[in-house]
Design a protein around this ligand. Structure first.
Ligand code: 3HC
Ligand code: NAI
Length: 697
C-alpha cells in the first residue's frame, strides 16, 4: 500500500491501518491508500472481512484541514465512504482515541463499529464553518434519529463511547489493542454469519419541525451559519432517498466551503495552536513549577488561585489581613462550588483543594519556597512596587515574580527589583478561572526560560497564552481602549450606547462594549481617565458623561446601575435612561449637533479603529504576528470566532477599503484616526496580514 496505509492479512480478515501521524487525518495519500487497500482486500482469494483501524493515538481525526481551500483531489472522501460501504466484505471499524468528522464518516461507512471505552466520536465540522461532507448528515441520523444527530452535528461536541453506544453509533465497546479488538469482533461476526449492514440502506429518520429547528439553531449560532445549514442537510436525510440526500449534503458543504466564515474558523483553528509556538522559545526548558503564590485575593487573585488549584497546583494566597484572607477563601470556595456543580471536580477533590492545597497567609515568609508568585493587588504602581520589594527580599533564587497588572509598566516593576530577569507580566482575564486568554507580558530583561514558564503555566491551566510586549494595555486592553474610544466618539456625535451594543452583538460579539464596561466595573475606566488626564493631548476627544455615573456611585453591574439597570437575580440589564440624559447634556455643552449612524456605519468605524490599533500593535512588535492579536481578541474580548479575529476579518474585508475609511474619518478627527504605518505599507505592497503570519512561520 502507501506508507500512510498498511495492509496485513490475518486469515480471512484484511487488517487495514491508517498510519498518518499525529492524528491520521484523511490526506490525499490516505484516501488513495484506503482505496487501494480495499481493492486488494476484495481481490485476494479467501478474504471475507476487513478491519479498519488507526495507528497511534486516534482512529482518524477527520479530513486533512490543510487541504481545505485547495483544489480537491480524487478520490473524494464521500466517494471513498460509499466505496467502503459498498464493499462485498464485512467491514468493521475498530475505533480508539478520536473519530472525528471524516474519521467518523469513514467509520459510519463500515458495517459494524467497535470502540475502546475511552474513544470519542463527533462531527465537529461546524467549528470549521462547515458541515459533515462525507455522508455524516445522511448516515448518522439513520442510526440515531434526527434529533440526536442534529444535536451532535450542530454542537460539534465529542461523544464518549458509552453514550455513542446508547445512541446506536457504535455496536460494541471493548478495551485492548484496536487491531486485536477489531479482528476478534470480525471473527465473531463471521462465525455468526452476520451480514453486511450498510447504514445507507437503513430507514430514513422521522421528520422534525425542520423550519422550527432551523430557526432555533440559527438564533443560537449568533450569526454563524454552518450549524443551521447542517439542519437542512439532516432534513434531506429524512426527505430524500440516500443518494439524493448525499448530493444535497455535498452542495451545502461546498456552499459553506466558499464562505468567509469557513476561512475565519480555519484561521482560528490553526492560530489557536500556533499562538503558543514561539521560535524564540524552541528548545528553552521552562523552570520547575510545583507550588505558586498569589498576592491579593480580590476578584482576580481569587480567580487566578482557583485556576491554579483546579489544575492541581498548590497555592499560598497572601492578603493584607486575616479577614481579607478569609474573604478571599470564600471567593475561591464560591468558584469551586461552581466547578463542583458542573461536574468538573468531585466532592473529595473540592474538599482537598480547600483544606490542603490552599494555604492562607498574611506574612511574606510563607512565600519563601514557592516557584512563582502572581501579584494581583490594587492597580497602583506604588503598591505594586512595595509588594515586589518584599518578594525580592524573601523569594528563593530563581523564583518567578509575575504581575497581573492591566495597564502598568512591567519594565518599571521589574527594574524596581534586584532580579529583573525573573519578572514578567501574566495578565489574566476576569473571571480568571473561566476566561481562556492569558497575556504573557515580556519586559526587556526577562530571561527566556521565565517566558517559557509563563507559557507552560498557561498550558497547565488550559489557557490560550499569547506573548505581548510592554506598552499601556499590552495587546488586548490597548486595542480595546482604542475601539472603545471610537464608540465613545460615535456617542458624542449622535449614536446611543444601546444601539452600538446591539449593532456589535448582531456583528457577532458576545457582548457590546457598554455591557462589557458595566460588567468590568465603570470605576476601572474612571480611574484610568483620571490617571491619564494630566498627560492627555488637548486634541484628544473625550466624553466625560460616564464620570457623572461614577460620581453618583454607579459602577455598572456590581452596583446595580451603569449604562444598564440590573434588577437583582436577573440576567442582563435594561437601558438606563439617565445615560441618555447625561449624553444629551454633554453634547449640548460641547455644541455638538447629533447625527444618526446606521448599524453598518457603527461597525465600519468600530472595526476600522480596532484594525488600525491592532496594526500599530503588530508594527511596533508588541504582538509578534497578526495571529497573536486575533487570538487575543477571540479568547479575551468576545470577538466572534467565525470571523477569525480582527486582522483576519480585515484581510477578508480588504485592507485598502479599511485604510480609505480611516483616511476619511481622519478628515474630521486627524488626531484619533492616524493610519497605522504597517497598514499603509501592506496596502501599498498589496500584501495581507496573513502574509505576515506565513512569513513568521
Ligand atoms: N487535519 C490536519 N491537521 C490536523 C487535524 C486535521 N483534521 N486535526 C489535528 N491536526 C493537527 C493539528 O494542527 C496539530 O498540528 P501541529 O502539531 O502542527 O500544531 C496536530 O494535528 C495535533 O493536534 P492538537 O494539537 O489539536 O492535538 P490534541 O490532542 O489537542 O487534539 C484533536 C487532537 C482532538 C484531533 C484536535 O486536533 C481536533 O479537534 N482536530 C480537528 C478535528 C476536526 O475538526 N475534524 C473534522 C475535520 S473536517 C472534515 O472532516 C470534513 C469532512 O466532513 C468532509
Ligand atoms: P480587587 O480590588 O478586587 O482586589 C485586590 C485585592 O488585593 C484586595 O483583596 C486587597 O485586599 C488586596 N491587596 C491590596 N494590596 C495588597 C497588599 N499590599 N498585599 C496583599 N494584598 C493586597 O482588584 P482586582 O480586580 O482583583 O484587580 C487586581 C489586579 O488585577 C489589578 O492590578 C488589576 O488591574 C488587575 N486586573 C483586573 C482585572 C479585572 O477585570 N478586575 C482583569 C485583569 C487584571
Amino acid at each position: 500500500m502507501t506508507n500512510v496505509v498498511s495492509f496485513e492479512r490475518r486469515g480471512e480478515i484484511a487488517v487495514i491501518t491508517v498510519q498518518n501521524p499525529p492524528v491520521n487525518a484523511l490526506s490525499h495519500a490516505v484516501r488513495l491508500g484506503l482505496g487501494a487497500a480495499f481493492d486488494r482486500a476484495e481481490t485476494e482469494e479467501g478474504i471475507r472481512a476487513a478491519v479498519l483501524a488507526g495507528a497511534g493515538r486516534a482512529f482518524i481525526a477527520g479530513a486533512d484541514i490543510k487541504e481545505f481551500g485547495k483544489a480537491p483531489q480524487e478520490p473524494h472522501l464521500p466517494d471513498l465512504c460509499d466505496r467502503i460501504e459498498a464493499s462485498p466484505l464485512v467491514v468493521v471499524a475498530a475505533m480508539h482515541g478520536v473519530s472525528l468528522g471524516g474519521g467518523l464518516e469513514v467509520a459510519l461507512s463500515a458495517h459494524y463499529r467497535i470502540a475502546d471505552p475511552g474513544a470519542k466520536v463527533g462531527l465537529p465540522e461546524v467549528h470549521l464553518g462547515l458541515l459533515p461532507g462525507a455522508g455524516g448528515t445522511q448516515r448518522l441520523p439513520r442510526l440515531t434519529g434526527a434529533q440526536a444527530a442534529i444535536d451532535m452535528i450542530t454542537s460539534g461536541r465529542h461523544v464518549g463511547a458509552q453514550e455513542a453506544k446508547a445512541l446506536g453509533i457504535i455496536d460494541e465497546i471493548a478495551s485492548g489493542d484496536p487491531v486485536e479488538v477489531g479482528v476478534g469482533y470480525a471473527l465473531r461476526l463471521l462465525e455468526q454469519g452476520a451480514p453486511r449492514r450498510p447504514v445507507s440502506a437503513m430507514p430514513a429518520p422521522a421528520a422534525l419541525d425542520w423550519d422550527g429547528v432551523y430557526d432555533q439553531v440559527l438564533r443560537r449560532g449568533r450569526g454563524q451559519i454552518a450549524p443551521a445549514t447542517a439542519v437542512r442537510a439532516v432534513q434531506a436525510a429524512s426527505e430524500q432517498p440516500f443518494a439524493e440526500g448525499i448530493k444535497t449534503e455535498r452542495a451545502l458543504f461546498f456552499e459553506l466551503m466558499q464562505t468567509d466564515q469557513r476561512q475565519g474558523m480555519i484561521h482560528a483553528f490553526f492560530s489557536e495552536r500556533a499562538v503558543s509556538n514561539l521560535p524564540e522559545l524552541a528548545g528553552v526548558a521552562p523552570r520547575n513549577l510545583a507550588h505558586i503564590g498569589v498576592i491579593g485575593g480580590g476578584t482576580m487573585g481569587a480567580g487566578i488561585a482557583t485556576a491554579a488549584l483546579l489544575a492541581g497546583l498548590p497555592v499560598v494566597l497572601l492578603e493584607m489581613s486575616h479577614e481579607a484572607a478569609e474573604a478571599a477563601k470564600a471567593r475561591i470556595a464560591g468558584n469551586l462550588a461552581g466547578a463542583l456543580k458542573r461536574g468538573k471536580i468531585s466532592q473529595e477533590q473540592h474538599d482537598a483543594i480547600l483544606d490542603q492545597a490552599l494555604t492562607l497567609a498574611t506574612t511574606y515568609d510563607s512565600l519563601a519556597d514557592v516557584d512563582m508568585v502572581i501579584e494581583a493587588v490594587f492597580e497602583e504602581m506604588d503598591v505594586k512596587k512595595a509588594v515586589f520589594a518584599k518578594l525580592d527580599a524573601v523569594c528563593k533564587p530563581g523564583a518567578i515574580l509575575a504581575s497581573n497588572t492591566s495597564y502598568l509598566d512591567v519594565n518599571e516593576i521589574a527594574a524596581s527589583t534586584s532580579r529583573p530577569a525573573d519578572v514578567l507580566g501574566l495578565h489574566f482575564f476576569s473571571p480568571a478561572h473561566v476566561m481562556k486568554l492569558l497575556e504573557v507580558v515580556v519586559p526587556d530583561d526577562t530571561a527566556a526560560d521565565v517566558v517559557a514558564t509563563g507559557f507552560a503555566l498557561g498550558k497547565r491551566l488550559g489557557k490560550v497564552a499569547v506573548r505581548a510586549g510592554v506598552c499601556d494595555g499590552f495587546i488586548g486592553n490597548r486595542i480595546l481602549s482604542t475601539y472603545r474610544t471610537a464608540a465613545d466618539h460615535m456617542i458624542l456625535d449622535g449614536a446611543s450606547p444601546f444601539q452600538i451594543d446591539q449593532a456589535l452583538v448582531a456583528f457577532g460579539f458576545a457582548m457590546g462594549p457598554y455591557e462589557v464596561a458595566d460588567l468590568a466595573g465603570l470605576d476601572i475606566g474612571w480611574a484610568m481617565r483620571k490617571r491619564l488626564a494630566p498627560t492627555r493631548d488637548p486634541r484628544e476627544r473625550i466624553g466625560d458623561y460616564p464620570d457623572r455615573l461614577c460620581e453618583g456611585g454607579h459602577f455598572g453591574q456590581k452596583t446595580g446601575k451603569g449604562f444598564y439597570i440590573y434588577a437583582p437575580g436577573q440576567r442582563g440589564g435594561t437601558p438606563n435612561p439617565e445615560v441618555l440624559d447625561l449624553i444629551t447634556a454633554e453634547r449640548a455643552a460641547k455644541g455638538i449637533t447629533p447625527r444618526t449612524f446606521t448599524d453598518a456605519q457603527i461597525i465600519r468605524r468600530y472595526m476600522a479603529a480596532m484594525v488600525n490599533e491592532a496594526a500599530k500593535v503588530v508594527g511596533e512588535g508588541i504582538a509578534r504576528r497578526p495571529l497573536d492579536v486575533d487570538m487575543t481578541l477571540l479568547f479575551g474580548y468576545g470577538f466572534p470566532r467565525y470571523r477569525g479575529g480582527p486582522l483576519k476579518w480585515a484581510d477578508i474585508t480588504g485592507l485598502a477599503g479599511i485604510l480609505s475609511d480611516i483616511k476619511d474619518f481622519a478628515k474630521e478627527d486627524p488626531y484619533f484616526w492616524q493610519p497605522a504605518p504597517l497598514l499603509e505599507q501592506l496596502v501599498s505592497e498589496g500584501r495581507s496580514f496573513d502574509d505576515l503570519n506565513k512569513a513568521a512561520g
